[in-house]
Design a protein around this ligand. Structure first.
Ligand code: 5GP
Ligand code: ZN
Length: 111
């Protein structure tokens, strides 16, 4: 069973930000910004390659709810999903990173 499935079933503890029947948002263990939250579907899906349109349809308002709860909507945030080897995906359970809480620099920010 993958690390994130173990988080879903409670084998590995997490700091939950928000949860519903389908999705879980929790604090990243190794934050890359002042706020770093991971959002996952509770069902095991290996990567964005395998995510259904039904999951995407429902995860969108869930992520928006998480960003409201984190209070980052007006200052902004970055939403990232790493896919596979070249994408730098380490955990083989599809997830979105929400990075926020400070101005972000990086690959997709050429400022
Ligand atoms: P990836 O590189 O796959 O896109 O991102 C995986 C993320 O999961 C990393 O940012 C890493 O810090 C986080 N992570 C890995 N294991 C755990 C864990 O056991 N608990 C939590 N909260 N985050 C984890
Ligand atoms: Zn999994």
């Amino acid at each position: 069973m993958c690390i994130f499935c173990k988080i879903v079933n409670g084998e590995i503890p997490n700091n939950t930000v928000l949860e519903n029947e389908e999705f879980l948002a929790f604090e990243d263990i190794n934050p890359q910004a002042k706020i770093h939250t991971i959002v996952i579907p509770k069902v095991h899906v290996e990567s964005f390659n395998n995510v259904s349109s039904a999951i995407m349809n429902n995860i969108t308002p869930f992520i928006q709810e998480v960003t409201k709860k984190l209070n980052v909507n007006s200052d902004g945030y970055r939403l990232i999903t790493n896919i596979g080897n070249h994408g730098g995906q380490e955990v083989p359970h599809s997830h979105f990173h929400i990075l926020a809480g400070e101005p972000l620099r990086g690959l997709v920010n050429r400022a």
